[in-house]
Write a protein that binds this ligand. Structure first.
Ligand code: NDP
Length: 316
């Protein structure tokens, strides 16, 4: 039996190269993507063999679409052995918030709320898989963590007292803390929620299910299209800066291998862990379990995030 992994946002960047690496290691990859034609082209462009993947539609920004995806996945009859929550949007230059169909600010809706619903519902699918080693993984980032050099650049993430979430997260709210809209902070806040979600999943379900819940920072993958909504000059300079100044630069291929390791390698079967390879890349750099940011390791934050997110996605 071939193991099956679902990867969200596998049409580009880290998700695409993770899909490529896992297909090579003999996994069947469900590429959960919002643009089917783009995903097909992307899979072909990295040389994935046609029988190593299935492309299914998902728009993480829409709760209804997430539910439809889960139905479509179930209809394939495959088991769920691993889930990689990777899709994300980053819109640093917008002045006004974009909204999901439910009316939520779009980057938090896509990066966090869509994945929160997906993980919660697909936990049932994963429990049903007979595989002895099952893993649920959410991509983190160094910018979630102001304790790290890469996380010190303002604006810093801050979930505050969750006022925006508690009051329904619709207009006039666009930030989790209920403050003024700031798109870079919205992205960072969503990634703090991703790390908190992983840690809460671990707390709540690791012991009873044996599932491994982890997160990772693959390094600065400066050439992915994540920065497509930034100034063109930034897109040019950022990879060079990361390669030669900060030495944080990681190729898409290497980032994909790191994702595949966290999914499949026995070394990474440690639930609750946040994996990092550090910020300064050297050849054959070893991974280590890194302490997450103060906000992302605060258990009360985790509980509050969970309770309010469950309400916003219609689980509570
Ligand atoms: P990309 O922009 O290259 O890829 C993002 C993927 O998410 C694309 O496949 C995109 O689809 C998909 N996506 C976006 N919105 C939606 C949606 N509503 N529904 C479904 N899919 C969607 O970014 P990266 O590969 O760089 O980022 C991937 C992950 O890695 C993110 O979680 C990011 O936070 C994390 N990360 C990235 C780092 C980096 O340096 N690049 C560093 C640390 C973490 P489409 O192709 O249709 O646009």
């Amino acid at each position: 039996r071939k193991s099956t992994v679902v990867i969200t946002g596998a049409s580009s960047g880290v998700g695409l190269y993770g899909a490529k690496a896992l297909a090579k290691r003999g996994w069947h990859v469900i590429m959960a993507c919002r643009d089917l034609a783009k995903a097909e082209k992307a899979a072909q462009s990295v040389g994935m063999s046609p029988d190593s993947y299935t492309i299914l539609h998902i728009d993480l920004g829409s709760l209804q679409s997430v539910r439809q995806f889960i139905n479509d996945f179930r209809a394939t009859g495959r088991t769920l052995d691993a889930l990689v929550c990777n899709a994300a949007i980053y819109m640093p230059l917008i002045k006004e918030p974009l909204r999901s169909p439910e009316g939520y600010e779009l980057s938090v809706a896509t990066n966090h709320l869509g994945h929160f619903l997906l993980c919660n519902v697909m936990l049932e699918d994963m429990k049903r898989s007979p595989a002895p080693d099952k893993r649920m993984i959410i991509l983190g980032t160094v910018t979630h963590n102001p304790d790290e050099l890469g996380g010190k650049i303002p604006p810093r993430p801050d979930l505050g007292d969750f006022k925006g979430f508690a009051e329904g997260f619709k207009d006039p709210h666009s930030m989790i803390d209920g403050k003024k809209f700031e798109p870079v902070k919205a992205y960072k806040d969503s990634k703090v929620c991703n790390v908190l979600t992983m840690r809460e999943l671990h707390e709540r379900y690791h012991e009873s299910t044996g599932i491994t819940f982890t997160s990772l920072y693959p390094g600065c993958v400066a050439e992915t299209p994540l920065f497509r909504n930034h100034y063109p000059l930034f897109q040019k300079i950022f990879p060079i800066f990361q390669k030669y100044i900060t030495k944080g630069y990681v190729s898409q291929d290497l980032a994909g291998e790191r994702v595949a390791d966290v999914v499949a390698d026995p070394e990474y079967k440690q639930s609750g862990a946040y994996w990092s390879w550090g910020n300064r890349q050297k050849k054959d750099r070893k991974s280590f379990v890194q302490r997450v940011s103060p906000q992302a390791r605060d258990n009360d934050n985790g509980k509050r995030m969970w309770e309010l997110s469950a309400k916003l996605v219609g689980l509570a």
